[in-house]
Write a protein that binds this ligand. Sequence first.
Ligand code: ARG
Length: 261
Amino acid sequence: MCPPEHFTVEYAINPWMDITVPVDAALAVKQWDLLRNTLVELGHTVHLLDPVAGLPDMVYAANGAFSVDGTVYGARFRYPQRADEADAHRAFYTRTDWKYETPEHVNEGEGDFTYLPGAHGGVILAGYGFRTEPAAHAEAQEMLGRPVVSLRLVDPAYYHLDTALAALDDHNVAYYPDAFSAASQRVLAQLFPDAVLADRADAEAFGLNLVSDGRHVILNTEAAAMGEKVRAAGYHPVHVELTELKRGGGSVKCAVAELRP
Ligand code: ARG
């Protein structure tokens, strides 16, 4: 995670960002602290990335890389405003014990990639259409040695895979079907017949931008209905208020880069 010390909305690269509405910086830090404390209280280790002045989106740490079994496929950001974030993530992985692979193609890390170790022998799901290039899906498959299933995103409000789909545990997902092309919806239905399906209101509340440890599902307070859906599916929803991060077009998942050593 990366503290939102320099968080602002000073450019708009997704439909949620409105540069005319000021961000409450102190509140952003307070809410982010609560998210970090929630993860720690649930027993997780949280490593911190040093925030860099002039990189206001660094708080969305999930976009900087994607790791599977000790190998890290680095990010290459779509927009120049975020390009330098990739170096900060690379520095984190290269000073610890990871095998870091530098990407050739545009991809935004866990924003558009997720991994389900227990589904179909270990499968990577990857989004494209707005940020990550399809060529990066093939590149990730070569670097990580796992099958990558490409899913086409069609609604600009759900520009990253992690705004429309989330892993609930090692083998199942929750997703909002209408964020995907008709063909990608068929692919998801085939691979995940027991998925938890979200509706438009859940997606708008960033209810799919969640982090799950397989038991606890952490989602923002606005996503109360999504919390009930995951509860009905047997998980324990844990809600955290993240109103300020939504102004940049993100929520829980965007703020947490999961490490798969
Ligand atoms: N303002 C950021 C962007 O548009 C938000 C990134 C949200 N992160 C995520 N994992 N979806 O790039």
